[in-house]
Design a protein around this ligand. Sequence first.
Ligand SMILES: [Zn+2]
Ligand SMILES: [Zn+2]
Length: 394
Amino acid sequence: MSESNPGRINQKSQTFSCPSCGGRMIFDPESQNLKCPYCDSEKPFAVSQRTPNEYDIRYAPPVQDNAWGDDTHTVRCNGCGAQIVLTGETTADFCPFCGAPHVLEDQSKSGIAPESLIPFKITKPVAVEAFRKWLKKKLFAPYKAKRMAVLGQITGLYLPHWTYDASSVSHYSGRAGHYYYVTVQRVVTGPDGKRRTQNVQEQRIRWSPASGVVSNVFDDILVVGSERLPAKMLSSVQPFDLSRLVQYTPEFISGFGCEKPVVDVQQGWEKAQKIIDREMTRLAERDILTHADVAEVTHLSTENSDVRYKLLLLPMYLSAFTYKNKLYHVLVNGQTGKANGKSPISPWRVLVAVLLGLAVLAGVLYLYMKHQNSQIDMNEYHFYFSMIKDYLAG
Ligand SMILES: [Zn+2]
Ligand SMILES: [Zn+2]
């Protein structure tokens, strides 16, 4: 493993020009080559097979100029502030995050270069199809919003992620609980309707202090380097097959672009430490449970050593559309085609569904009563009611 900082990548502009017609070549997810959108010429490019470097966090590099390759430049959205790294002379017509048309050249330095990435595997038409299918299933989305979403642009964009490795040791303290049983008297009503006292066994917990040490080795804790999209939405289109990581070279982002990380290496590490502490707490609880019935960890202090990081890019198709002054996002995983997002809800569609649900409920109850010719069993009633409630919620 190299101790050196992510270096400068020298990349001349000619890399991207088509040998046949001089047009600007872009990365083609189907062939995994550079492809000319004008004459369909293809040009393979060298991909390094070496395992991506991971860098020691104690020597996190200073912000560098052109670290992403000489042929890249950064633009900034006037609407939401997103910074996007593009190759060659490409400009963005609109912001993929908020749809704003004002995207300007940004002079700030490009920061730490990504070490590796997962190339786009899904083509744009396939992503649009996945997006349409997902939207079709959104029963409560207003028709107009569905139409706008489909008409809206869908952009392929790499999103930055940090990974962290660490060797962690935690000292913990808390308490260990052991079950024991006591006999108590309780007043019960028998089948004859008469009340009487009965002896019952009740579970109690006897607590005693507990402390110890647990250790773990973490590999590739993934922290998103973007704050523009909710982490929950991002994780809803995961997983990515990280075994497909390749070395970063600007050819991969030609025609796509990449969001510049807004979470820096130290902020990302803060987030990773929270993930580490959660896992270490779980391990401490498990440690207590080897000699107890219940565990509670009240204090945990973790020391992390041999902390290494790398910056990687994950492919994502992104659609942003505004409906009634609210911004909605839909994501399609650029490696697997998995789609998810948020869509507006039409109150009318919900009302119709509720009325339909009530009609079905009434029908079911009617048939049931007719069939049984008896009183309604409340359990049965709850069963159908929750079934319909689940249907409406789902
Ligand atoms: Zn060409
Ligand atoms: Zn924007």
